[in-house]
Design a protein around this ligand. Structure first.
Ligand SMILES: Cc1ncc(COP(=O)(O)O)c(C=O)c1O
Length: 375
């Protein structure tokens, strides 16, 4: 947040900032989705809906999840939230209590730590490393389990590392958690953006519906970050509790955005493939450029749209942390990146390649100059 605020300040001063910070697609929302929202307004679909979302959207979510992944959820096992973040927040509030442990693999999406702590619980961090491609294993999870473990959070593809958990390993983790009555929360925010494997949901395992919680989002898949539509797939009792909570804080997600969500899920899906192809080109370019900088190392991202290079080679002369690296890079070269310490590692920075090739080229030129000056 600090780097984003500093970048914004420089931009307002008229400086030419290259922004690698944004965690959202640079593509516009597809036209058919926008048109559905306009039709919703014109048709006066502008009133409260059911707290947990319209039956139409819940059915569309269940149907899409079923056709994409082979799951069999019914609308009473589904609710619509104000973004995937809200889905995760609700789940943590209704399932996790003070004194509980929640297992969070490192590097992690920043929000997990805060929502776990806000529920009064403790994060048990499981370290993965760059040499191993930030790959998580079932053995790592098993070792971290305590008698207080209530939940394990898995985010594949990962923000920030782009690591993708193999189906086999994910299944092994599921077997460990289900056997012990531990909730397995799968954050499927980037599930459609995979470069080397096919989309898969752990919720498709036989019996998984009992202990797996799916947090889904339309934000990245359909370039709809501002619309705020996410969803939860979970046992009916959990949906009931989360609905009760939601009814007293946000009520329903915006009615108009829900109509747009139905079109996103039921309409043509080609825009997803178009974005993925573009992200792949950019990923290849970013990987080559970063690996071409002496001293910089990088685990190749297998999904999402982030690269997570190790830039510690430049930690000298006033730079001792990823935050200082990000601050100096912004101050001297006007390039905004997110410091790794926000995600639990200090040697890395996150570069979002959800931006144009032109911006990537300009920003990476500057990053290269910055690192060369220091190494
Ligand atoms: C890993 C991960 N999960 C969930 C979300 C939530 O996205 P939204 O609330 O926009 O659906 C994000 C957004 O950046 C994310 O990176």
């Amino acid at each position: 947040m600090k780097v984003a605020a500093d970048a914004d300040k420089l931009r307002r001063e008229g400086l030419d900032v290259v922004d690698f910070g944004a965690g959202e697609p640079d593509f516009p929302t597809p036209d058919n989705i926008k048109k559905a929202a306009i039709a919703a307004i014109d048709g006066n679909f502008t009133k409260y809906t059911n707290t947990a979302g319209t039956p139409e959207l819940k059915q569309a979510i269940c149907d899409r999840h079923s056709s994409d992944f082979g799951t069999k959820y019914a609308p009473n096992e589904c609710m619509v939230n104000v973004g995937g973040k809200h889905a995760i927040f609700n789940l943590m509030q209704v399932l996790v209590d003070p004194g509980d442990d929640v297992i969070v693999p490192v590097p992690f999406w920043v929000t997990y730590k805060d929502v776990v702590n806000f529920a009064g619980a403790r994060c048990v961090f499981v370290e993965t490393d760059e040499q191993g491609g930030f790959q998580l294993t079932a053995a790592m999870i098993e070792q971290a389990i305590t008698p207080k473990t209530k939940m394990v959070i898995i985010n594949s593809p990962s923000n920030p590392s782009g690591a993708v958990l193999s189906r086999d390993e994910f299944e092994r983790i599921y077997r460990i958690t289900s056997r012990r009555g531990i909730w397995l929360l799968t954050d499927e925010c980037y599930c459609k953006f995979l470069y080397a494997s096919d989309p898969f949901s752990i919720a498709s395992m036989p019996g998984a519906k009992e202990s797996v919680l799916v947090a889904g989002s339309l934000s990245k898949t359909y370039a709809m970050t501002g619309w705020r539509i996410g969803f939860t797939l979970a046992p009916t009792a959990v949906i009931g509790a989360a609905t009760k909570l939601q009814s007293h804080c946000t009520s329903n997600p915006t009615s108009i955005a829900q109509k747009a969500g139905v079109e996103a899920l039921r309409g043509p899906q080609d825009s997803v493939g178009v974005m993925l192809a573009e992200y792949r080109n950019r990923r290849d370019y970013v990987v080559n450029r970063l690996r071409g900088i002496t001293g910089v190392t990088l685990a190749e991202p297998q999904g999402a749209f982030y690269a997570y290079p190790n830039v510690s080679v430049a930690y000298r002369n006033g730079i001792g942390s990823s935050l200082q690296f990000a601050e100096k890079l912004l101050a001297e070269q006007y390039v905004a990146v997110v410091p790794g310490e926000a995600f639990g590692t200090n040697d890395h920075v996150r570069i979002s390649y959800a931006t144009s090739m032109h911006e990537l080229q300009r920003g990476l030129d500057r990053l290269e100059t910055f690192i060369k000056q220091r190494s």
